[in-house]
Design a protein around this ligand. Structure first.
Ligand code: ZN
Length: 134
């Protein structure tokens, strides 16, 4: 697979509003888009940092995997998203063939107009990994 860059870092927060003063007033970053992703039960807020984005993730339901991450003591970086240049379906097939556990067997629609798929942290050295393509 050919990865061109880190597309974004997903950061889990209980409340986007509560953490915005830090990102906006201290770091000087600007939210350019907020979006609810129904099937992931999250509200997202995006900030551009050079070539990389930061995606804040706020759970919208107790069943959200982000809420479970927070409930289990998770804080801060929730996942790393890599941009795949030579086909997301092909990348997933290649991961599957190498014994990587796939959370998504096929690409699905993510936030910010991306097709995405997650790899399970149990087979990615503990890092929840998102592969995405524009
Ligand atoms: Zn993401």
């Amino acid at each position: 697979m050919k990865i061109s860059k880190i597309e974004h870092l997903g950061i889990a927060v209980q409340s986007i509003d509560a953490v915005l003063p830090y990102f906006r007033d201290v770091l000087g970053l600007e939210v350019y888009k907020t979006e609810v992703v129904e099937d992931q039960k999250v509200k997202t807020a995006f900030m551009q940092v050079g070539e990389v984005k930061i995606e804040l993730l706020e759970p919208t339901s107790p069943e959200s995997t982000v809420q479970k991450f927070l409930d289990n003591g998770g804080r801060g970086v929730h996942h790393v998203a890599f941009k795949v240049e030579d086909g997301l379906s092909e990348a997933l097939a290649m991961c599957d063939a190498q014994g990587i556990r796939l959370i998504d067997k096929a690409p699905r629609k993510g936030a910010d107009n991306l097709n995405i798929a997650f790899l399970h942290p149990k087979s990615t050295v503990g890092i929840l990994t998102e592969l995405c393509e524009a």
